[in-house]
Design a protein around this ligand. Structure first.
Ligand SMILES: Nc1ncnc2c1ncn2[C@@H]1O[C@H](COP(=O)(O)OP(=O)(O)OP(=O)(O)O)[C@@H](O)[C@H]1O
Ligand SMILES: [Mg+2]
Length: 272
């Protein structure tokens, strides 16, 4: 590990990703993305990505997950190149990502099963997580018997049960109604305080970004790059009443203005 990387959980250094289109042209999805998440004692950081559709937010998460390799630049996890997916990173997608043929209990225990955790232990841990996400009593149901919000709770419990260092959440609440969404924001806030992991979270919702983030990364379109970082200087422990505070509203306005400014400066981006 280089001296530069010491003490960082995650680093993206000038990460560019190009895809080859069916007609042979190259399409640059993200360019020179730099991101450093330091290792803070006793807690992770909550980073939120905001940017227009197609600007490369999912691409960044997929690179951290190890599902895509950068075309150039480096993606490092604790100083080591990210080459493939691993149990140190967990992903919650926008669409419900539970296994339909497994019960709630089996879904939440699945990651531990893959890691060879004995049945009794994995079921005990899974039951504890099911309770934490408010699904006690639903253990034997199958995903199709649950509402959308409940299925997202299963996905969150399953991801957190294996204690990943990095939790990747790609618009996890995008398909939920407003009330369920607000409940899920509070749930993830509470769980994050106890898991000590770093969360990379994508959303299109500004209040959600301000409510959850330590830091908001604003991305530009064409090709995606991080154009601004906004520190959210709200208390670490967040509750709904904060949303009425002057500082919360200020931060919403700052983020909105930054996004508007970015939206005025888009460009076309097919490279040959
Ligand atoms: N496998 C692929 N092959 C070709 N192009 C791709 C591939 N994956 C993504 N892209 C393109 O890269 C760009 C960034 O995609 P990405 O999914 O990262 O955007 P996003 O910011 O997550 O958008 P949204 O907010 O709509 O989810 C898009 O133009 C997309 O079409
Ligand atoms: Mg996306």
């Amino acid at each position: 590990m280089s001296a530069e990387s010491a003490g960082n959980v995650l680093e993206l250094r000038k990460v560019t990703k190009r895809f080859t289109l069916p007609d042979g042209r190259e399409f640059e999805a993200i360019r020179n993305v730099d991101l450093v998440v330091p290792d803070l004692p006793g807690r992770g950081e909550f980073r939120v990505f905001l940017g227009p559709s197609g600007c490369g937010k999912s691409t960044i998460l997929n690179i951290v997950a190890g599902l895509f390799r950068p075309t150039s630049g480096e993606a490092l996890l604790r100083g080591q190149p990210i080459l493939c997916p691993g149990p140190d990173r967990g992903m919650v997608f926008q669409s419900y990502s539970s296994y339909p043929w497994l019960t709630v209990l089996e879904n939440v225990a699945f990651g531990m099963q893959l890691r060879g955790v004995a049945r009794d232990e994995r079921e005990a841990v899974a039951r504890a997580w099911i309770e934490k996400v408010g699904l006690k009593g639903q253990e034997k149901k199958y995903p199709k018997q649950l509402s959308g919000g409940m299925r997202q709770r299963v996905a969150i419990a399953r991801t957190l049960a294996v204690k990943p260092q990095i939790i990747l959440m790609d618009e996890p609440f995008g398909a939920l109604d407003v009330q369920t969404r607000l409940g899920m924001q509070n749930l993830i806030n509470e769980l994050w305080e106890e898991i000590e992991g770093t969360i990379l979270f994508v959303t299109h919702d500004i209040p959600e970004a301000v409510y959850l983030a330590d830091k908001i990364h604003i991305l530009s379109a064409g090709p995606g790059a991080i154009v601004d970082e906004i520190e959210v200087d709200l208390p670490l422990h967040r509750t709904e009443d904060l949303k009425q505070s002057a500082r919360f509203r200020d931060l919403e306005t700052i983020v909105l203005n930054r996004i508007r400014k970015e939206a005025r400066g888009g460009s076309v981006r097919i490279t040959t």
